[in-house]
Design a protein around this ligand. Structure first.
Ligand code: AMP
Length: 142
């Protein structure tokens, strides 16, 4: 499987925010949508950064709850690792493990076209293992 297959199943919708959005509004969005991260974009859906629940937690731990009224651009990670639709799920697993993050935005022609989370990758991996096990069972039984 590759990233394009995953996007076909889960869709291409990504929750995005501007860097000027207040952290408290991003927190509300994360909670209401039950997601772990939002991508920060500038004009024409170009990726500027990513903010996950961990960034908010670290900011509150370091600076206190007053930081919630700051713009999210203050706490976003600017050096975002992205992937393309042709990347394999095995490659994304490696990237997430090496970088110790759980979200990878998908970019095509410099624009955001989707996002892959660790949950999507685990789901894909379990499906592949089950398929292999069933094929082996059929082979042994036959
Ligand atoms: P996460 O595991 O996705 O909650 O993110 C953990 C940390 O890694 C946070 O500081 C995120 O801003 C950062 N992060 C998440 N995804 C990426 C990514 N694709 N590239 C770079 N940093 C990321």
């Amino acid at each position: 499987m590759n990233v394009a297959n995953i996007l076909k199943i889960k869709g291409r919708g990504v929750v995005v925010e501007q860097p000027t959005t207040l952290i408290q509004d991003v927190v509300r969005d994360l909670a209401e949508r039950r997601i772990g991260a939002v991508v920060i974009v500038e004009d024409e859906n170009r990726v500027m950064g990513i903010v996950s629940e961990r960034d908010v937690m670290w900011a509150i731990a370091n600076r206190g709850a007053a930081c919630l009224t700051e713009p999210v651009g203050n706490i976003m990670t600017s050096n975002v690792i992205t992937c393309s639709e042709s990347d394999s799920t095995t490659r994304i697993m490696e990237v997430m493990t090496e970088g110790r993050f759980r979200h990878v935005p998908v970019v095509a022609d410099g624009r955001l076209v989707g996002i892959v989370s660790i949950g999507d990758i685990v789901k894909d991996h379990i499906a592949a293992v089950e398929m292999e096990a069933n094929a082996l069972k059929t082979y042994v039984a036959g």
